[in-house]
Every structure is written in C-alpha cells, then in structure tokens.
Design a protein around this ligand. Structure first.
Ligand code: PLP
Ligand code: COI
Length: 355
C-alpha cells in the first residue's frame, strides 16, 4: 500500500536532550491509517503531528476498544538508528487486536510505515547516553454508535517522542508497593494484551502507591491475591538463592519482549531461570532467610529496573541494601549495549535502519 506523505511546514524545535521527560514531547509527524468494512485497512498517510477529529459517539470514547504498543528507536555511537525486535511488537499488536475484535494489521506493512515515519523524524532520535525515541503505535475504534459491539471503523496511528529514563530514579533502585486490595487483571480477561483499559484499572492502586512514596505497584493474581503477576509497566524477576525466577505467562500478565530477551540472555549465560508461579509468601520466606538476592523489572520504557524495596501489608523488604545488583547491572549493560549497538548482537535482535 502506498503511504501518502504530507510534510509538516511548522517544524517544532527539538527539546533539550538533558531534560527529557517521558512521553511529553512529540515529533513533527505521525502515521495514520483507517479501517472500514469496504476497504479494509486503507488511506495510509504520514501527516504533521496534530489533533485528530472524533465524533463524540465514537466507540473508543465509550467502551474503550483500544490497543497499543510501546517500542523504541536507539541511536548508535556511529549515528545509526536501530530498532529492537520490532516484529515482536507488531505481532503482539495483532494478538491484542484479536482479543478485542479489532481487524488484524499487516505486520510487515506496519514496520515499513514506522520506518518511513522514522526517516522523516530521524533527527528526533536523541544522542545522549540513556536516551531513545519512544514509539507508540495504537488503534482506536472510531465508529459512531452507542451499542456495545465490535466497531466497524478504526484508526491506527503511530506517534513518537524522545525520552530519557522512565523513572525519575534512572537506573537507581525503585520502591514497589505490593497491592493486595485492587487487582489489575484476571485469567480470561485482557491482562495478556496491551490495551488502555488495563492501565485505567491500575490507576487506583498506582495512586495509592504514589501517595505512600512508591514508584509502582506489584500486582498479585486476581483470584487469591497470592501469586505475583507483574509491575505496572514492567515484568518482574527475582534472584533467589542463585536462581532467577519470573512469573509464568498464565494469561493475565503481559508477555514482555524485554522479559523474553532477559530470559534468553540468562540462558545464554547458563544462569538457571524458572518461569513459574511464585507466591508472595515464597518471596517473604526467601527475604526472611536472606535468600532474596536481587529483584528487577523489565520493560521497553523501564529497560532493566532494579527494585530496592517492596512493601507488602506494611512489611518493608529492602533488597540488596537498596543497591543495584550485580546481575541487574549486567543485564542492563548487555541489553542496552545491544540496543545501542555497542555490543555484538549475537541474537539477531537489532534492526539497523539505513538512514
Ligand atoms: N507489563 C506491562 C503491564 C507493561 O506495560 C509493559 C510495558 O510494555 C511490560 C510488562 C513490559 O513489556 P515489554 O518488555 O514488551 O515492553
Ligand atoms: C512500555 O514499556 O512500553 C510501556 O507500555 C510502559 C508504559 C505503559 C509507559
């Protein structure tokens, strides 16, 4: 499909790379494509970044039929721009589409469209260490109507913003509140996809955590509040007595691409890693027996984020003296090394763009 390009004539200045705030400043262009029953996905365009028009009765505004992705473009020391496993994001976008009855996209075309958009806004991929261009593909139901049905019209957009670290702490350990009242997702629901509703459901717990000076929530399972699921914007790993453990994918947590890459890295280093159910009680026992050696989150926005403290029912557990653990640091260095092109990519994860 041809992509029609309308260049932005009012180019914005780029923000100072030293003070980037996550998700606040957007580049000069965006990708937009429409869906209707007659034409399927059509009308692919790159437009100046700007407002979109919606009928007030658009289904997205009422029933939240929306999916999204989060990925990044990185600038290497040589000045190249690189993507990290981008095909995995578009594959997951289609998984999300399927769960919310949204028509599937052509994954290869999405990547092509993204690359075209990046070519136009390439100067916005920042240069400073630790910075990148965050990419947000998303789909909304635009059909007008208040009946609860899958919509017959959609818009797919890609917007991009230069970012520094997601947490104000940077790579320093974050404090996590273990939520035992509210839940984020249940098996059979939508926890395994990226959809706005999951995040809306998480806000109450997040607000509670922030009031207590915690960065994010660690969610427990929706049925028994017993098993550990994931953190607000990242998957979670623990190093217990020399072994790495992460919750298995049982249908209620997001199958993170950073999670998968972390497991593959650990395996390549011959570090035992178990994907299984892990209860909060097991974590407390490990802590009490001094066997909880490290904890960290993984995510596109969060990268590898060491966890320095958990609070569960007012029991405070400080992990590794609130210091960055050796394994967390090694994973961070390796993953970012591959993403920024400083280390050899033996896994074939990086897609180098030729502009
Ligand atoms: N879990 C949640 C709820 C997330 O929002 C994210 C971020 O995308 C992740 C996990 C990590 O997923 P990924 O590594 O694919 O970014
Ligand atoms: C990401 O890492 O891409 C996320 O989705 C986190 C986000 C909700 C800011």
């Amino acid at each position: 499909m041809e992509i029609k390009i309308t260049l932005n004539k009012n180019l914005k200045p780029k923000p100072d790379e030293n003070t980037l705030v996550f998700g606040q400043t957007f580049t000069n262009h965006m990708f937009v494509m429409d869906y209707n029953e007659e034409n399927g996905w059509h009308n692919a365009q790159i437009l100046p970044y700007g407002n979109i028009q919606l009928d007030p009765a658009s289904m997205i505004l009422h029933y939240g039929q929306e999916v999204f992705e989060g990925m990044k473009a990185y600038r290497s020391e040589q000045g190249n721009i690189m993507l990290f496993r981008p095909e995995k994001n578009f594959e997951r976008l289609n998984t999300s589409n399927d769960r919310l009855c949204i028509p599937k996209l052509d994954e290869e075309f999405c990547l092509e469209a993204l690359i075209k958009l990046l070519e136009l806004d390439k100067d916005w991929v920042p240069h400073l260490p630790g910075t990148s261009l965050y990419i947000r593909p998303f789909i909304i139901a635009t059909q007008k109507g208040l009946g609860v049905h899958p919509a017959k019209e959609y818009k797919f957009l890609i917007i991009c913003c230069p970012v520094g670290s997601y947490y104000k702490e940077g790579l320093n350990p974050v404090k996590i509140y273990v939520e035992d009242e509210y839940v984020r997702a249940v098996k059979g629901g939508t926890g395994f996809i990226k959809s706005g509703g999951n995040y809306a459901a998480s806000l109450k717990g997040q607000e509670k955590a922030e009031k207590m000076n915690y960065s994010q929530v660690l969610w427990l399972d929706g049925k028994e509040r017993k098993y550990i699921e994931e953190v607000g914007a990242m998957n979670v790993f623990f190093k217990i007595d020399g072994k790495v453990v992460t919750p298995s994918l049982e249908g209620s947590i997001l199958p993170g691409i950073t999670r998968r890459s972390t497991i593959e890295l650990l395996k390549s280093w011959n570090i035992p890693v178990e994907e299984r159910k892990i209860s909060i009680d097991e974590l407390i026992t490990a802590y009490n027996e001094n066997k909880l050696e490290e904890a960290f989150g993984t995510g596109t926005a969060a990268v590898i984020s060491p966890i320095g403290e958990f609070n569960y029912q007012n029991k405070v557990m400080v992990v590794n003296n609130n210091q960055i653990g050796e394994l967390s640091q090694k994973l961070y260095d390796t993953l970012t090394g591959i993403q920024w092109g400083k280390l050899k990519d033996n896994f074939g994860w990086v897609k180098k763009l030729d502009f």
